[in-house]
Design a protein around this ligand. Structure first.
Ligand code: GTP
Length: 667
């Protein structure tokens, strides 16, 4: 509810009616001039004003509706020559009707222009082309001296991004409008009523009669500019202005503004056409933006693709950062990147010290518990970062990596200070002196310091996605490391087992079976012999005078003799015979499927063979004494060995270098 008596522009007349649109309760002072009726007349009815049929139609179409779907056109005057159009909407308990003379600008031309523009719009490949089409077409439709598009940044400063103008006017493209030019109240008003038209800011305005009638005229196209708006227009040297809000789902994206230094009538149909065009462009802009963002997101995601591929060797967090940092710095317009994982800091480019980064993420961890990104473009002013030593940094974007819920990891992008040189719009400068500007404001150029480039929504989104992918890559590396560790452990275990097996079954000096293993083999043969009657023989032999060899040539050469003997015997045996060291200089041959004759043959062959043994440095002949025991039913390992041992000692006693058969076994 306006506190002041509402003032109205005079390009149309305004009526306030009751909720049923039956009784006119207030009118603008120019109603008489427009439709030839006395404004002071409280007796006038809607029927008289519109004619009975039109009044009924207006009432019918408004029933249950907030506003008339489309303007109604009617003839008026004694000769019915005056053609007027009527718009109506509800304001609280009242109905407001606005009547404007119908100016025929050619409906077809307007529709044609919009159609044509629509085709051009769909052809526009980028924002610049799109907005250039818009301002040119709007200027052609309206005839304003200057048409601009101003885009708002996150701080609500405006930036002139497109313009169509009279050739003699200097350009304003690239200049700024202070956020105060479009204060929050005005922004909210644009959200509700996207079109604002002021035909002449200096005109004398109409009043409502009675002027104390309580009514909110915010939605009226006729409402006069507020005094501060008038001052603003005056400071710009502007008398007429048409502004259309460019609303996006995220809020007010920008403003299409048309200016004229002289009063500039714009018929309602043209204003509508401009509004439609602006809506079409805004939607198209959203589409272009969405495509651009999708491409950007894909590029960011693809940047880590090889590292997340299963065919790629997993890289450590440090390698991942070093390999991709250049690409990411370009994509995120950052001059440094840090990766903080469980207290370890990896850095590339210009970043704060590891200590400052650690302090920062610890504070973040406490203050910022949700999983989204955190950013600032003013490190020095932000409470969370202001006391941290972060020289050379103005902006930081930190993304938590969903690695370990107990201790989050962070990916941080750092941006330097970006001194912004701002040329404020409509300000006179030596180079830029718009002719529609009269009064010179004090400051026209400004440098914004202490802040970095803003972190765009899509950049924050991309950083989160990158964080997720990076987490995957790091996890796959950690799993790889764990697997490698397990594999090494497994190999070490297998090697240890092999060593144990070797120790358990083999003699460490000669590498032939040890006593334990040969006993196992004898036991196996005993079982087979018992079950299938497959006889076998045991040859136990001992090196003759081995002590002399040791004493004469040393223990080491004695060892060499034992090893050489083992190799020679091993190489001369059948694949089905077993051979092992019984202990000291005693050896056992287990001859499977052998009777006494075969065992004797083998023993003689071995005895003779061993006399040929050659060992470097050994001057004497190596001979062995061999005892033979052939399996007999009821034998155990012990009895068999004992018989062979007894035979071997007989061979020793009988003079050595000979073969003896155990007692009771006849050759
Ligand atoms: N170099 C070396 N000597 C060993 C090894 N095991 C046992 N000996 C030695 O072999 C010798 C065996 O000596 P004796 O038992 O007296 O028998 P011998 O000298 O061979 O005489 P006869 O068997 O009666 O012909 C001892 O001196 C042992 O120390 C070994 O692994 N390496």
């Amino acid at each position: 509810m306006s506190k002041h008596h509402p003032l109205l522009q005079s390009f149309g007349a305004l009526l306030v009616l009751d909720a049923d649109s039956r009784h006119i309760q207030a009118t603008s002072t120019n109603l008489e001039a427009l439709v030839g009726l006395s404004a002071s007349s409280q007796k006038i009815t809607l029927n008289q004003l519109l004619g009975k049929r039109m009044a009924q139609r207006a009432r019918r179409e408004l029933q249950g509706q907030q506003r008339l779907a489309a303007p109604l056109v009617f003839n008026h005057g004694s000769d019915k020559q005056a053609r007027l159009q009527l718009r109506a909407y509800r304001s609280g308990e009242h109905v407001i009707m606005e009547i404007e003379p119908l100016v025929i600008v050619g409906q077809r031309r307007l529709l044609g222009a919009i159609n044509e523009q629509f085709i051009k719009l769909t052809e526009a490949a980028n924002q610049d082309e799109l907005l250039t089409y818009l301002v040119n077409e709007v200027r052609q439709l309206t005839g304003f001296e200057r048409v601009t598009v101003c885009h708002f940044d996150p701080d609500w400063h405006g930036h002139i991004v497109a313009e169509a103008k009279d050739t003699q006017l200097p350009t304003l493209v690239g200049q700024r409008m202070a956020a105060s030019d479009v204060p929050p109240t005005l922004r909210r008003a644009y959200a509700r009523h996207p079109v604002r038209f002021i035909e002449d800011a200096n005109a004398s305005f109409e009043q409502l009669v009675p002027n104390d009638f309580p009514i909110n005229l915010d939605a009226s196209v006729l409402r006069a500019p507020a005094p501060e708006r008038q001052c603003y227009m005056e400071s710009l040297g502007v008398r007429s202005m048409l502004c259309v809000a460019m609303q996006r789902d995220t809020g007010l994206w920008g403003l299409l503004s048309c200016f004229s230094t002289t009063p500039h009538p714009v018929p309602a149909s043209v204003r509508d056409a401009v509004h439609i065009l602006v809506q079409m462009v805004t939607e198209r802009l959203a589409l272009l933006r969405a495509r651009q963002e999708a491409r950007y997101l894909k590029r960011v995601q693809d940047s880590l693709m090889p590292a997340t591929s299963p065919h790629q060797e997993p890289q450590s967090p440090q390698q991942l950062l070093f390999n991709h940092a250049d690409t990411w710095m370009t994509m995120f317009r950052a001059h440094g990147i840090a990766l903080w994982i469980a207290g370890a800091v990896y850095q590339v480019g210009k970043t704060p010290t590891p200590e400052a980064i650690s302090q920062f993420v610890i504070r973040l961890g406490n203050a910022h518990t949700h999983s989204g990104p955190w950013c600032t473009r003013r490190i020095a002013k932000e409470p969370l970062t202001s006391s941290l030593a972060m020289p050379e940094q103005s902006g930081v974007l930190a993304v938590p990596l969903p690695m370990n819920p107990a201790q989050r990891a962070w990916l941080c992008f750092f941006r330097p200070e970006q001194v912004e040189a701002l040329y404020w719009s409509m300000q006179p400068t030596s180079q830029v002196t718009p002719s529609i500007c009269n009064s010179p404001p004090a400051a026209w150029y400004e440098e914004i310091i202490g802040s970095s480039d803003a972190w765009q929504r899509v950049e924050r989104l991309a950083a989160v996605k990158l964080g997720e992918d990076l987490t995957l890559a790091i996890s796959s590396y950690e799993i790889g490391m764990l697997n490698m560790h397990l594999e090494n452990e497994r190999k070490a275990l297998a090697a240890a087992n092999q060593r144990l097996e070797q120790l358990a079954h083999f003699d460490p000096l000669t590498q032939v079976w040890n006593r334990y293993r040969i006993e196992q083999a004898i036991d196996t043969e005993l079982v087979a012999a018992k079950r299938y009657g497959a006889g076998f023989a045991l040859l136990l032999f001992d090196v003759d005078h081995f002590k002399t060899i040791n004493d004469t040539h040393g223990h080491s050469l004695g060892d060499d003799v034992l090893v050489a003997l083992a190799r020679l015997v091993e190489s001369s045996l059948r694949g089905c015979d077993y051979f092992g060291r019984w202990g000291g200089e005693e050896f056992v041959v287990l001859a499977t499927h052998s009777d006494l004759q075969a065992a004797l043959g083998l023993a003689e062959r071995l005895r003779t063979l061993l006399t040929t043994l050659h060992v470097e440095g050994l001057k004497q002949l190596v001979t062995v004494s061999i005892g033979i025991a052939v399996w007999q039913s009821g034998d155990s390992c012990k009895t068999l060995i004992a018989r062979a041992d007894q035979a071997m000692y007989r061979a020793k006693r009988e003079g050595r270098d000979r073969v003896e058969i155990a007692d009771g076994e006849i050759a």
